[in-house]
Design a protein around this ligand. Structure first.
Ligand code: PMT
Length: 396
């Protein structure tokens, strides 16, 4: 969809500004006419000359440049744009957009344009997490701006955090999508499970684990954003239901099995990130179990159904393996015993990995393929890597 389209690429002043050169190059190679607008701060990190050579177009940096080819420049540029992409977008410029400030060429173009605006955030993690920045981003989202969240990783400060510009493929895909392009999973039906099943002991207690649902929700959202028709089967978590998909709420492993068996009848892929209990109490007490005078209590547990191992049908099956020892070896055994197409070995002992964190450290193993170890990534980035492989298996 990029061919022949005009994309205004706004660059603001952060260390990730150097990556804008590659974004400009990818957009230009895809056939877009790229009009670059740089703030003064952006020019401290990368020169207009680099961008001019990549795009073959003059780079706009000055509101009051009289030799410019654009008449009443910010208005002409804002009208010529089919899409405006700000990458990287700093907290400062985001705040200006939220307030409608127009004190330089870029903020003026954004205030004047009727084209869709995509904002790829990149900044220090504390600045990103600050409620002021979060409120500004929410305001822009409500006004229809497309927000690309930053990724987790090494920041300019040297520490790890959520603030790095996300991967360039995701940014280009978003521009393409905004211009009417279809995601690579369009027309595909994907079932995702997430969260922790609860196996009741009595009316007030249950057996469970520490899963937050973040990994499964990230997969469901990424699949939706790539055009898939998503059914998310969610065991209890404190995350809000994502928009744009069917969400089925379940509590126990047995309920999750029933929901999965029903949803996969129409599916092209099943991805099971849920942390399903392997055992459930043999009986559920009718009333609250009393302490009485006993010092110990023995519970008899029985196996829950193996949802992924027993599911029937001709679709791509992806499992997760949460492991504390030999993640790859154990995951390979589960890949074979559950007859899966792919398994994501999840090292739950690695720092920043596994349960209830925003990042994950995984190795993806495909049937008949080699184990591919990924670095510590945000759960959204892990989701994209899994979906890249699912899309490939679907011939996309
Ligand atoms: O939710 P988060 O806080 O983001 O944490 C993410 C996670 C650690 C829960 C996730 O990344 C993960 O590893 N999920 C799988 C956890 C798990 O149950 O692993 P397992 O090795 O016990 O199970 C193997 C596979 O079989 C899994 O795909 C599981 O969903 C499935 N399973 C397990 C038991 C069962 N009775 N039926 C199943 O289908």
């Amino acid at each position: 969809m990029l061919k022949g389209k005009t994309v205004v690429l706004g660059i603001t002043g952060g260390i990730a500004a150097y990556k804008a050169a590659e974004i400009a190059s990818k957009l230009t190679q895809a056939g877009a006419r790229v009009e670059v607008v740089m703030t003064d701060a952006a020019m401290k990190f990368i020169t207009p000359l680099t961008l001019r050579n990549i795009t073959g177009r003059p780079v706009v940096t000055d509101m009051f440049e009289i030799n410019s080819e654009w008449s009443v420049e910010h208005i002409a540029l804002s009208e010529a744009a089919d899409a405006v992409l700000i990458a990287p977008a700093t907290a400062n410029t985001i705040a200006k957009f939220a307030l409608g400030i127009a004190d330089n060429m870029l903020t003026s173009v954004v205030l004047a344009t009727k084209a869709p605006v995509i904002i790829a955030c990149a900044m220090n993690d504390n600045m990103y997490a600050n409620p002021a920045t979060q409120e500004n981003i929410e305001k822009l989202r409500d006004r229809g701006f497309k927000i690309i969240e930053p990724a987790y990783g090494r920041l300019a400060s040297g520490k790890q955090g959520k603030g790095r510009l996300t991967d360039l493929e995701t940014i280009i895909r978003k521009v393409d999508e905004v211009l009417g392009g279809k995601g690579d999973l369009t027309g595909r039906r994907i079932v995702v499970t997430a969260g922790v099943t609860q196996e009741p002991l009595d009316p007030v207690r249950h057996l469970g684990n520490r899963s937050s649902g973040k990994m499964g929700f990230a997969i469901a959202e990424a699949a939706r954003d790539r055009g898939a028709d998503v059914t998310l089967i969610a065991a209890p978590v404190s995350l809000a239901d994502p928009a744009g998909m069917t969400v089925v709420h379940v509590r126990t492993a047995a309920q999750m099995k029933a929901a999965v068996d029903k949803a996969v009848k129409q599916a092209d892929a099943l991805i099971m990130a849920a942390a399903v209990a392997d055992y459930q109490p043999k009986t559920i007490a009718k009333g609250k179990i009393k302490k009485e005078s006993k010092d110990s209590l023995t519970l008899e547990l029985v196996r829950t159904p193996d949802i992924l191992g027993e599911v029937k049908g001709n679709f791509i099956k992806v499992g997760f393996a949460a492991e504390s020892e030999d993640p790859v070896g154990n995951a390979k055994k589960k890949l074979a015993s559950k007859k899966l197409d792919m398994i994501v070995a999840n090292d739950i002992t690695a720092p920043g990995s596994g349960f209830d964190v925003d990042t994950n450290k995984v190795t993806i193993i495909e049937k008949g393929g080699k184990a591919e170890e990924l670095p510590l990534l945000s759960k959204r980035e892990v989701a994209e890597k899994i979906l890249d492989r699912v899309a490939k298996r679907m011939g996309r």
